[in-house]
Design a protein around this ligand. Sequence first.
Ligand SMILES: *Cc1c(COP(=O)(O)O)cnc(C)c1O
Length: 393
Amino acid sequence: MIPSVLPTYNRADLTFESGEGSWMIEADGRRFLDLGAGIAVNVLGHANPVLVEALTTQANKLWHVSNLYNITQQQALADKLVAATFADTVFFTNSGTECCELAVKMARKYWHDKGQPQRVEIIGFEGAFHGRSSAGIAAAGSEKMTKGFGPLLPGFVHVGWGDLKALEASITENTAAVIVEPVQGEGGIRPMEDADLKELRAICDEAGILLIADEVQCGVGRTGKLFAHEWAGVTPDIMMVAKGIGGGFPLGAVLATEDAASGMVAGTHGSTYGGNPLACAVGGAVMDVVTDETFLEDVNRKAGLLRQKLEGLVAAHPDVFEGVRGAGLMLGLKCAKPACTDVVAAGYNNEVITVPAADNVVRLLPPLNITDDEISEAVNRLDKAAAQVAAQA
Ligand SMILES: *Cc1c(COP(=O)(O)O)cnc(C)c1O
């Protein structure tokens, strides 16, 4: 018999009932250190008092207003995002995959309105993840996500991760845009080199096509800059943001330059919930915290500390781990022989939460406000987990 919850997930048998900061408390009372943060969502940890205050204050005033009217909290958050980034304008969504839908529509409408309606193709990279909607799975293109769901949304082309020669060769008079995660998340924590991202921007400029950055996972302070593309000193034309921006409340945003957004006039797009007052009140509070200079400095310092400790962990368990990779507090442990899922499961036995990714990588995406002591304790627990995995092998 089919479970009452559609069984599209292979769930671990863990039931978390509450959370505080970097900790999640299981129904049986065990306290888990959370290096997953709901997959890069809980950027300020669980039950953060600042976010609880923002949410409850708004909850006592007004939950939902249609986008037929002005929404004060939405306007305020858009102003903050525009002030802090390359973008001139923002559309709010409820998830990352909805950002992909709009990014694709925006890029195609741009060319339609510029009198080149044949420019519909979007070039993406292998190993990418852009969400589970029809545009999302077509944009990422991996058989794992697309098989059985045809006919796929047409107009997507794929090249190898970081293969800029192949990318250049695949640009035609039908190309609208390139879509890239500056750090691939689901694909196994694979950062694009700064020099490559710079070159990708130059290739797009030369061809006159749009660059879409998918920062759903790597954005909102995760890599130690507000957005990951900032490390390369270049900007996209369109950016997808979700996960961390709501700190745990469902919220996403598509940011764009005035030119890239020029086709999206009244009536061309919409959302019932997108930019909802509750979501934007929380998003505004998240932005206030993460845009503070000292906050990001601290993220970078702690990222160095975690990385150093993980290098030690790898050195201590060469049979389990091959190396550490990633950027900021978006780190991956590449596993040697054992399956990353076995390492994650051994983590559960030692009350530390990590997330598996492709390419046999264990993902570490802790809350950005994790403390130094929690980092030490987390790596101690990973050390025990690794010893157990080594003993099983
Ligand atoms: C998670 C993710 C998405 C999809 O976001 P949802 O909120 O699950 O729809 C898109 N792109 C990237 C890079 C992601 O990590």
